[in-house]
Unconditional design. Structure first.
Length: 86
């Protein structure tokens, strides 16, 4: 009497393995796609946060300059405010 394992033909095992591999590849592709979407969303939020921080810093700097910072600090801020972070 054949056992359940021996009732499968080798082609059936290969077909099942191929189907499982295709399913796994599909799941991996979907996960990567979701990850990339989340990464883009996080990057956009981070850039918005950095823009807001820079605007706040510049407003504070302009306020201090309007109040009359010493020339030493004016030179420092005019030198380093031109640098951009990539």
């Amino acid at each position: 009497m054949p056992t359940p394992e021996s009732s499968f033909m080798p082609q059936d095992n290969i077909a099942l393995e191929n189907k499982a591999a295709e399913r796994e590849a599909c799941l991996i592709a979907k996960a990567e796609e979701r990850f990339m979407k989340l990464t883009k969303i996080r990057e956009a939020k981070f850039m918005d946060m950095m823009d807001a921080h820079e605007k706040k810093y510049r407003a504070l700097l302009n306020e201090c300059m309007a109040k009359g910072m010493s020339s030493k600090y004016k030179a420092f801020h005019s030198k380093y405010s031109k640098l951009t972070i990539l």
